[in-house]
Design a protein around this ligand. Structure first.
Ligand code: DX5
Ligand code: ZN
Length: 220
């Protein structure tokens, strides 16, 4: 399996000190910035959009992993690429033309991935997997940080890992929601290799040390 990556979620950053928190991630052992975009339709919350992403990009020295929780994401792919997205993931549940949308992401120069809500069976990915750099499995209901991790995720990871191995691919499996130093090893054991962590990192006393701990636990 590939090296495990840590992507702190900027949703939990202090927006009044965005540059400070961006620099913290730069200086830490984190691999990516996780950027949550919410439109108040696909999920019951509104987060931030292009200007904020652009502000993060201005200081970020690591790739931006942009998670779109918006309806019909195909309307905005080029704009997200333009403000600095490196990886763009779209929800399976958010667009009818998933295949076209993935192509659109790649044509815009970004790596493409699909996100599944907890109740969407992993089996829907069977035919589209070769088109994906990464699959993001939600381990909470999307929309808010700080929620409790759902245990059903372990089995979903195992199923997806099997499917990826069976097809001889090296697609990344990213887990988003409620990831902490208490469950990350078990998630690696199930087959995941990329981890989003929001509140666990930013609400901790020493975010840099928390990132370091997640990184070493997952790569032990
Ligand atoms: C929620 C977002 C997550 C969120 C995770 O819809 O997709 O990325 O920031 O936050 P924590 O790690 O606090 O569960
Ligand atoms: Zn996310």
């Amino acid at each position: 399996m590939s090296k495990c990556l840590i992507a702190p979620s900027m949703l939990a950053a202090d927006f009044g000190n965005l540059q400070r928190d961006t620099e913290m991630v730069n200086q830490s052992e984190a691999d990516w910035f996780h950027i949550d975009v919410m439109d108040g339709h696909f999920v019951p919350n509104i987060s931030y959009g292009m200007p904020v992403i652009q502000a993060i990009k201005k200081h970020a020295t690591k790739p931006l992993d942009v998670h779109l929780m918006i309806e019909k994401p195909e309307r905005y792919i080029e704009e997200f690429a333009k403000v600095g997205a490196d990886i763009i993931t779209v929800h399976y549940e958010s667009t009818v033309h998933l295949h076209r949308t993935l192509r659109q992401i790649k044509d815009a120069g970004c790596k493409a991935g699909i996100v599944l809500n907890i109740t969407t069976p992993v089996s829907v990915l069977e035919d589209i997997l070769p088109e994906c750099y990464m699959i993001l499995l939600m381990s909470i209901n999307p929309g808010f940080g700080g929620q409790k991790f759902e245990d059903v995720t372990y089995n979903r990871i195992r199923k997806l890992r099997n499917m990826i191995d069976r097809q001889g691919l090296n697609t990344r499996i990213e887990i988003d929601g409620g990831v902490t130093d208490k469950n990350i090893e078990k998630l690696v054991e199930a087959g995941a290799d990329t981890f989003v962590a929001g509140s666990h990192v930013f609400k901790s006393e020493n975010p840099t040390a928390t990132i370091k701990r997640l990184k070493s636990l997952s790569n032990a």
